[in-house]
Design a protein around this ligand. Structure first.
Ligand SMILES: C[S@@+](CC[C@H](N)C(=O)[O-])C[C@H]1O[C@@H](n2cnc3c(N)ncnc32)[C@H](O)[C@@H]1O
Length: 290
């Protein structure tokens, strides 16, 4: 997907409210407990850093720890997102596709690698392999992603009202949805992600699952979630359709759905470490709550 598209999303993207904020609170809880006793340099890389809210919160949370110094790096494909992150927190910025992170960042150079809500854009195995290469021995990969478990109500409407419709816009919406799902590396389930991570030499050490029921009362609410909040931006990545036109088509297409539209968003937050690390050497935080 194009950098231009993500730059466009950067104008409205906000992780300060809603599901992304809930995810950040839970991840922050774990990371604060995990690292607050540390007394030297903590090197953190965030792949797909977005607006930098999590790094900012982590930095504030760990500020109180005596002798702990933070070195933060944010990698993103979007220069506009990197600018937003740099306005929030002091960090080194790297503009790159996350699938080439290991070409731009020091191998085994990070104690904590964050990769949150990026699997819609980057191949899952590639991302896991790249993150694995960045981790120092005993380092932690924090991976957050939605899964496709909650997609059934969307597909039910696409199949019954769009795919075989006489209205060409409805058929375009069905095609764009299929295209987005086929290009996305969002896992069907958390178990699938765990299996892929194991194949890449990463061992699961914690898992939190957030299930959040969402009701859209109108097409405007659905558009805000899908495009402005960044959850379904890849529906805009249809070859040959410029992002501006894609946004207008999406807005018009969403008016064709039936409302209220209810679905459950499932978000997995997992921590992995390198498979050869002894569990006893890893500080185990208590489970987080939403
Ligand atoms: C949904 S946002 C998530 C931002 C942040 N990780 C969070 O949890 O709030 C996805 C981020 O990934 C970035 N991104 C998309 N495709 C990417 C790619 N191929 N490589 C690196 N970053 C990418 C976007 O620009 C955006 O900042």
């Amino acid at each position: 997907m194009t950098t231009t598209l993500h730059d466009r999303v950067a104008r409205t993207y906000s992780s300060d409210t809603g599901l992304i904020a809930a995810k950040n609170r839970m991840v922050l809880h774990r990371q604060r407990q995990r690292w607050s006793g540390r007394r030297d340099l903590l090197r953190v890389a965030d792949l797909g850093v977005g607006d930098g809210a999590l790094l900012e919160a982590l930095s504030e949370a760990l500020e109180q720890s005596p002798d702990l110094r933070l070195a933060l790096t944010g990698l993103d494909i979007s220069p506009a997102m990197l600018t937003r992150a740099a306005q929030r927190v002091t960090l080194t910025t790297v503009q790159s596709c996350a699938s080439r992170s290991a070409d731009h960042l020091p191998l085994q150079g990070f104690d904590l690698v964050l990769a949150h809500f990026i699997l819609a854009y980057v191949d899952r195995r590639t991302l896991l392999q790249q993150a694995r290469q960045l981790l120092a021995p005993g380092g932690i990969l924090s991976l957050a992603t939605s899964t496709n478990e909650g997609a059934a109500p969307l597909m039910a409407q696409i199949n019954s009202r769009f795919r075989v419709s006489r209205n060409p816009l409805r058929r375009i919406i069905a095609r764009a949805t299929d295209h987005a799902f086929s290009r996305s590396s969002v896992p069907a389930t958390g178990a699938m992600l765990e299996a892929d991570a194991a194949a890449c030499g990463l061992r699961l050490i914690s898992r939190d699952t957030l299930r959040h029921t969402i009701v859209f009362q109108s097409a405007e609410e659905a558009y805000r979630f899908a495009i402005e909040d960044g959850w379904c931006v890849n529906v805009l990545a249809v070859p040959g359709i410029p992002p501006g036109l894609g946004q207008r088509l999406t807005r018009a297409g969403l008016r064709l759905f039936q409302y209220p539209f209810t679905f459950t968003q499932v978000v997995e937050m997992m921590e992995f470490t390198t498979a050869d690390t002894a569990t006893a050497s890893i500080r185990q935080p208590e489970a987080a709550s939403a």
